[in-house]
Design a protein. Structure first.
Length: 132
């Protein structure tokens, strides 16, 4: 893994959360994108070498909606930039981590992504992402 690529934050409502994070970080949101497959709309803010990804569910049954129902709004995952996602998935599987998918999926922001199950990472949802 090379560096933290972004931090994902689950929010109820992008229209109020974007201005809040713009004010907090003193930087504008530079991209919004809907990822149908993940049932989310995302919004990105750059901060130094990394990014904040705000995630709002577009489906009441979606994973982010369920996360907020259980835990409330807040930090959802940490994403790490990897050079070769296939090699990294293999390495982590061999090291005993459990992956949430057998092959990478299309994520927001032009990335291939894969999540690690939090039960094998001390409760932290970890995302691997590789620039396409
Ligand atoms: Zn993410």
């Amino acid at each position: 893994m090379r560096k933290p690529e972004h931090i994902g934050i689950a929010v109820k409502d992008l229209s109020s959360s974007i201005p809040l994070f713009e004010k907090l970080l003193n930087t504008p949101c530079y991209k919004r994108e809907i990822v149908e497959r993940e049932q989310v709309e995302t919004a990105f803010l750059k901060i130094g070498d990394t990014k904040i990804e705000l995630l709002q569910s577009i489906d009441p049954e979606g994973v982010i909606a369920k996360f907020i129902e259980k835990k409330g709004e807040g930090m959802h995952h940490i994403a790490f930039d990897v050079e070769d996602i296939y090699a990294e998935m293999e390495r982590l599987k061999d090291a005993g981590f459990s992956l949430l998918s057998d092959s990478p999926k299309e994520g927001a922001d032009n990335k291939l992504i894969c999540f690690l199950h939090p039960k094998t990472t001390n409760g932290i949802l970890i995302e691997l992402c590789q620039e396409k």
